[in-house]
Write a protein that binds this ligand. Structure first.
Ligand code: IPD
Ligand code: CA
Ligand code: CA
Length: 265
């Protein structure tokens, strides 16, 4: 039987998740890609599996995977693959990490699959067909004010000292129920889609961090833009994802912070 893109992606993400669960039982094998940027055998094994299986299912598709296992090429379809989003959590045995696979057709994101293997939670979405959590339809939350919202953000693994996000973290923490920093941007976005978080922002995400989550949030009825309210582009400077109802308020707070002079850290 020929599998649909979604069936194939779910099967592959679950397989990668099984590899991550197995690797979690072993002593961590950590190397550094930068000052705080870790990579483990789990990242590499998961990616090798995903790339091999995608090439078997869809030999003509392009694959852009974080650890560089696949050679890029021209194609109508491109998979954006993060084989382990939340490597730092993984390396510390903190069970918040996932496999993230987003598919773009002619540069438009059309499908997203995010799998959290420790909790066996599967988030899926296809353009025009809604978002699902373990097979059940999900929608973003209905909370309509920032002060009653639970938010999340993340901090980059590179050049943290040169980064202003701590000031955004400060302000949003004081203006909401709280801001979580859970260490997996893909899961952060999936949780916005599932209504667990009401809003999320981050600077400097890579295409593989956000591709799947963007489809999930949009298909769950949420809004995606950059922090200034312009359309979000993969790999863009910032991302703002919300249930839609608090988007304008979040944008406004971000604009006020950006106007201030931020002392260097
Ligand atoms: C990281 C996580 C983290 C985010 C970083 C990403 P990785 O991805 O998504 O939440 O704050 O910007 O680089 O390195 O664990 O795949
Ligand atoms: Ca990532
Ligand atoms: Ca990763």
């Amino acid at each position: 039987m020929t599998k649909t893109f979604l069936q194939a992606a779910v099967e592959i993400a679950r397989g990668a998740g099984a590899i991550l669960r197995e690797e979690l039982e072993r002593p961590p094998d950590i190397a550094y890609k930068g000052d705080f940027d870790l990579v483990t055998q789990a990242d590499r094994r998961s990616e090798e599996w995903i790339v091999r299986r995608l090439q078997e299912f869809f030999p003509e598709h392009a694959i852009a995977a974080e650890e560089g296992t696949a050679k890029d090429r021209e194609s109508e379809y491109r998979w954006h693959v993060d084989p382990l989003d939340g490597t730092t959590n993984f390396a510390h045995g903190y069970p918040c990490f996932c496999v993230s696979m987003g598919l773009a057709r002619n540069n438009e994101l059309v499908l997203g699959v995010i799998y959290s293997p420790v909790y066996d939670e599967l988030f899926t979405a296809q353009r025009g067909e809604g978002a699902h959590f373990n097979g059940k339809r999900i929608r973003c939350s209905r909370i309509d004010s920032l002060k009653n919202s639970l938010l999340c953000t993340g901090f980059p693994n590179h050049k943290r000292h040169a980064h202003p996000n701590i000031y955004y973290y400060w302000d949003f923490t004081l203006k909401s129920h709280g801001v979580r920093r859970d260490g997996s941007a893909a899961l952060d976005l999936a949780y916005v889609a599932a209504g667990r978080f009401d809003g999320f922002w981050e600077f400097g995400l890579m295409p593989w961090d956000s591709a799947a989550g963007v489809v999930l949030v949009e298909e769950a009825g949420g809004t995606i833009s950059d922090l200034e309210g312009r359309p979000y582009t993969l790999g863009g400077k910032s991302i703002l994802a919300s249930n839609g109802l608090i988007h304008a308020e979040m944008k406004q707070v971000a604009a006020e912070i950006a106007k201030r002079s931020m002392p260097p850290l």
